[in-house]
Design a protein around this ligand. Sequence first.
Ligand code: TYD
Length: 136
Amino acid sequence: MKKQLPELINLPKIDDPRGNLTFIEEENHIPFQIKRVYWIYDVPGGETRGGHAFREQQELIVALSGSFDVEVNHGSGIQRFHLNRSYFGLYIPNGLWRNLDNFSTNAVALVLSSTIYDESDYIRNFEEFLSYTSGR
Ligand code: TYD
């Protein structure tokens, strides 16, 4: 099966002297239907979030405020993204391991998800992830 890679998506940005505006339409700017939205905030300095892969869940991660890094491991390589603009979204296909770190003060990570929350969709053990991804 083809392994998909993470991709930085340049979202629409309506520049306006009154303040800028960005929007996302499912299946137009992102390749999935949005089933859930969650956000990560108040992250203490030096903390790491993520640390897992999803079997089915696809995501788009946006730095709504502040900045942070997303490291994506796709089994055959690692890519690191610095998110610091609210008009960029990082699309992460299913089946990839991710860590979020280097959070700035007041960083807010908005996550659009293709699935509702389901703990059985998580792979939280890195060795299990490696054998899962090598078999795909
Ligand atoms: P987790 O996805 O591991 O956090 P991270 O964003 O760092 O990867 O979720 C942390 C906890 O929150 C875990 O106990 C599951 C719970 N949770 C929900 O109940 N619903 C959700 O939509 C999410 C994302 C997490």
